[in-house]
Ligand binder design. Structure first.
Ligand code: ATP
Ligand code: MG
Length: 449
């Protein structure tokens, strides 16, 4: 992408309405624009990051055996009346009436709709286990939308729903998602720590929220320090095998939100030198809820003995539009965002220090072309502008590597690479630059481990 032809409305000033750093940086870097309270347009740069986050989620959902579909945003109230949630959901639900005066709603979640899909087509236990997911916009009329896309009213959610014959099957489905979630967040550079969470009126002990630690997090969390450095299940983890040992390993160390524990309970459970009391951002929530929806909505399958049984369900959410600011909360400095390569809007930016100088233009175009040919997602800053402004933009929007090209270096046959994260700059021969960038970038995509 050539920056002179791109749409990147960066802001010089920090907008006053933004309280937390990720919200400030998303506005300043031209990633989002507020449209109404809790509702945002994803501008091109932000949308590019969002898509990378979504892609990682999809890859890990698919790897675990979940199957993607797409359900509508606007739902019929009838299904929600069947489950009993139409009245129970309250003011967070945006209710709509169509021209025939039918009651509709903008979906805050999809348990009812997916249960209806299931009961329409699935008859036999032989078709189980089944896990269906989609990535779709949700609307919740939050009392306090805030922090930009961290807590918005319209937001994107990946929601998966598992269907099993019995409780043992449902637990196995839960463990698969548990492992997929550990991998998903880790691929974005984050440690998503599973915490025992409230199951609400549903009950049961299988409810875990995944939290990313950050000072600006809305939840108070208590955990054993060693959870932060634990090994993530590798890419070749066998999802058809027994995943309980991984679940047991992670959950053997204490971690809970303040809905589930208090300071005293925490202190009694964790040795003093291992206690970590912190703030957390909830980026995912998984739980098993048995027959809560299958019972009222009569979703049954014929079991091996020929008798009909209620299907056992679970649901598993991740918030991609919350993950983007969560990643920024974890990775930024005074100059701006410091994207991990795996979700960076561009992996490298070619900075032409002297647009209009024939040699600089030619060298920049050539290296930009070679980066693209090598499969690097590259941006070319070809704007006719001073070097200071170009560096500031590149730092602000957080591109992991800057390839700096100018007449002075070119005379010696040299260019520079700046590492955004460390600030380190290295000078190298023109001919080595692309190979060097490829060797730096490719392993950090984290897509093969
Ligand atoms: P919270 O307690 O933060 O309101 P929740 O418990 O209502 O979240 P779930 O219903 O479990 O959330 O939704 C699954 C995921 O969707 C959450 O883990 C979060 O990542 C995301 N999410 C929920 N509400 C919002 C929101 N208002 N804005 C952005 N993302 C959200
Ligand atoms: Mg909520």
């Amino acid at each position: 992408m050539r920056l002179s032809r791109y749409f990147l409305p960066v802001l010089k000033e920090t907008p006053k309405e933004a309280e937390i750093i990720s919200h400030q940086l998303m506005l300043r870097a031209g990633m989002i624009k507020q449209q109404a309270a809790g509702s945002y347009t994803w501008l091109p740069l932000g949308f590019k990051v969002l898509n990378k986050v979504v892609r990682i989620i999809e890859e890990e959902q698919n790897r675990s055996g979940a199957i993607q579909l797409l359900m509508p945003t606007v739902q019929s109230a009838d299904l929600w009346k069947e489950s009993g949630r139409y009245d129970a959901y309250g003011k967070e639900m945006l209710r709509i009436e169509d021209r025939h005066e039918r009651q509709m709603l903008f979906g805050p979640t999809n348990e009812e709709m997916i249960t209806d899909v299931f009961r329409t087509y699935v008859r036999s236990y032989k078709d189980l286990p089944l896990n269906l997911y989609h990535i779709q916009w949700k609307f919740r009329d939050e009392v306090r939308p805030r922090f930009g896309t961290m807590r918005s009213r319209e937001f994107l959610m990946k929601d998966a729903y598992s269907f099993d014959l019995d409780e043992a099957g449902a637990r196995a489905a839960f463990y698969r998602m548990f492992v997929a979630y550990l991998r998903t967040f880790s691929r974005m550079g984050l440690t998503g720590i599973p915490m025992r969470a409230d199951t609400g009126p549903i009950g049961g002990d299988l409810s875990y929220e995944f939290h990313v630690l950050a000072d600006t997090g809305e939840s108070q969390v208590y955990l054993h320090k060693d959870l932060a450095g634990k090994t993530i299940p590798p890419i070749d983890t066998d999802y058809r095998g027994d995943l309980k040992p991984i679940f047991d390993d992670w959950t053997s160390l204490f971690a809970a939100t303040d809905e589930m524990t208090d300071e005293a309970g925490f202190k009694a459970a964790v040795p003093e030198d291992k206690q970590l009391s912190a703030r957390g951002i909830e980026v995912g929530h998984i739980f098993c809820f048995g027959s809560k929806y299958s019972e009222p909505m009569k979703a049954t399958v014929t079991g091996p003995d020929g008798k009909d049984v209620l299907v056992q369900m679970g649901s598993y959410g991740i918030g991609p539009t919350r993950l983007v600011p969560a990643i920024i909360e974890a990775f930024h400095d005074e100059a701006g965002i410091v994207w991990p390569v795996s979700v960076a809007p561009f992996e490298a930016v070619v900075i032409n220090l002297k647009v209009g100088d024939a040699e600089s233009d030619a060298a920049s175009m050539k290296l930009y072309g070679e980066l693209q040919a090598a499969g690097i997602d590259a941006l070319y800053d070809d704007r006719d502008q001073g070097a200071g402004g170009k560096f500031a933009t590149a730092d602000l929007i957080g591109i992991p590597y800057q390839l700096i090209i100018g007449p002075r270096g070119l005379k010696e046959g040299q260019v520079e690479i700046k590492h955004r994260k460390s600030g380190e700059r290295e000078t190298l021969p023109i001919g080595d630059a692309v190979k060097k960038l490829v060797s730096l970038i490719v392993p950090q995509r984290l897509d093969t481990i």
